[in-house]
Write a protein that binds this ligand. Structure first.
Ligand code: COS
Length: 387
């Protein structure tokens, strides 16, 4: 634990108040304008939210994983676009650097990420390499004291705003698959790097994704992450393991918010002469949701503790991501059902969450990829046990 219990509670309380008082009232505006207001972003800087998972030595709060998921539960009780503003700086946009960067690379980038002066993004996915990430084609060809990048990265979260990309590219000619991939810390704007138009999406308005295109984009050799070639894919997988746990925590936070909305509405809304909360079929939907959200919360905290103890968590993080993202989909669906027709009408704000949460079953590995990761670990363990 980076913080003593009192300080952690103060931080969580500050985030709770920020969400309730500042974020919730702006949810509709954020959805309609597709922008998170600068005033909210400034408050997130003040609260230290751009660097909660960045070590204290580099200007962050240095939270452990358990502390992080507790914070994320709170920060996610509002539009997920708000969390997304700080999500990549703490997560996939910074953690490769935290995990595998040289001291000089960390000193150069982490303090600015932690302060929210720049946005960090993770550039792995490509048009032809989504679930099969190791088949990526972006090339990094060594040329004197630098590398020249060519290729297209797709669906890059915070890509329109990023000042630093962790770019995964094929640097070892003749080495196919994971071993041929290196990671580069590419600052933007720069010659040869262009951003595509922000994509129009099903939900999560206010969070932005776009293509990042490299055309003869020259970077210095000092941008090679950790100064090591051919290790990029493994680093990407470690970063994503952690990211999956973070996303699972986001799902828990949103589910808890939706359940609270469902209870409130069920108590208020009257049909057949009484509050619909009195009907057992409505109670069943609330109870199932509560139990599933608690199960996901418990899994996430347990896995975060294991990570803080240094245990490997790839399979457990995949379990958390799979269960929590599917769980929040079911919860959102039930809460739409409890709201009835109102659940389908934009003004009530529930249909928006229903669309928002659909993404969690897709990014940072689809549910099917999580199943594959979990099963691979089970079979490995099974083989080891019978060897
Ligand atoms: N931690 C550390 N190393 C890992 C790892 C992990 N979690 N997962 C895999 N590796 C290593 C493997 O050990 C292997 O190295 P060795 O050959 O030295 O053993 C190497 O990476 C290649 O792994 P593997 O053979 O398992 O790679 P596959 O091509 O079969 O792909 C999946 C594995 C499918 C799990 C991976 O491509 C994946 O997670 N895809 C989804 C990508 C994703 O989540 N994208 C979302 C967008 S980015 S936010």
């Amino acid at each position: 634990m980076a913080l003593d219990p009192g300080t952690l509670e103060m931080l969580l309380d500050g985030v709770r108040r920020f969400v309730e008082n500042e974020c919730v009232p702006l949810e509709r505006e954020i959805a309609e304008t597709d922008e998170v207001p600068e005033s909210l972003i400034a408050q997130m800087r003040e609260l230290g939210l751009f660097g909660f998972a960045i070590p204290q030595d580099y200007g962050g709060l240095g939270l452990g994983m358990e502390e992080e998921v507790l914070l994320v539960f709170e920060l996610s009780k509002t539009s997920p676009a708000i969390r997304s503003v700080v999500g990549t700086n703490n997560g996939i946009g910074a953690q490769a650097l935290v995990l595998a960067g040289t001291e000089a690379q960390k000193r150069r980038h982490l303090p600015r990420l932690a302060a929210g002066e720049i946005i960090g993004s993770f550039a792995l996915t490509e048009p032809e390499a989504g679930s099969d990430a190791a088949s990526l084609r972006t090339s990094a060809v060594q040329d004197g004291d630098g590398f020249v990048l060519n290729g297209t990265k797709r669906f890059i979260t915070n890509g329109p705003h990023a000042g630093l990309f962790t770019v995964f590219a094929r640097s070892e000619p003749g080495t196919p698959g994971a071993d041929g991939i290196s990671a580069f810390l590419v600052e933007a704007p720069r010659a040869g790097l262009t951003r595509g138009k922000p994509e129009r999406k099903m939900g999560q308005q206010g969070a932005h994704v776009c293509d990042i295109v490299f055309e003869n984009c020259r970077v210095d050799v000092s941008t090679l992450l950790g100064g090591i070639r051919g290790h990029g894919f493994r680093t990407a997988m470690q970063v994503i393991d952690r990211g999956r746990l973070h996303v699972a925590a986001v799902c828990v936070g949103i589910a808890e918010r939706l359940i609270a909305e469902g209870v409130r509405y069920a108590l208020e809304r009257k049909q057949f002469g009484r509050a619909i909360a009195e009907f057992q079929l409505v109670q069943a939907m609330l109870a199932d949701s509560r139990a599933e959200a608690l199960a996901a919360r418990s899994m996430v905290i347990e896995t975060a503790r294991r990570r803080d103890q240094g245990a490997p968590i790839a399979a457990e993080a995949a379990c958390c991501k799979m269960f929590a993202s599917e769980m929040v989909g079911r919860v959102a669906d039930r809460v739409v059902q409890i709201f009835g027709g109102a659940g389908y009408i934009a003004d009530y704000g529930i249909e928006r969450f229903y669309r928002d949460v659909r993404l969690f079953r897709l990014y940072e590995g689809t549910t099917q990829i999580q199943q594959l990761v979990i099963a691979r670990h089970m079979l490995q363990e099974g083989r080891a046990a019978s060897a």
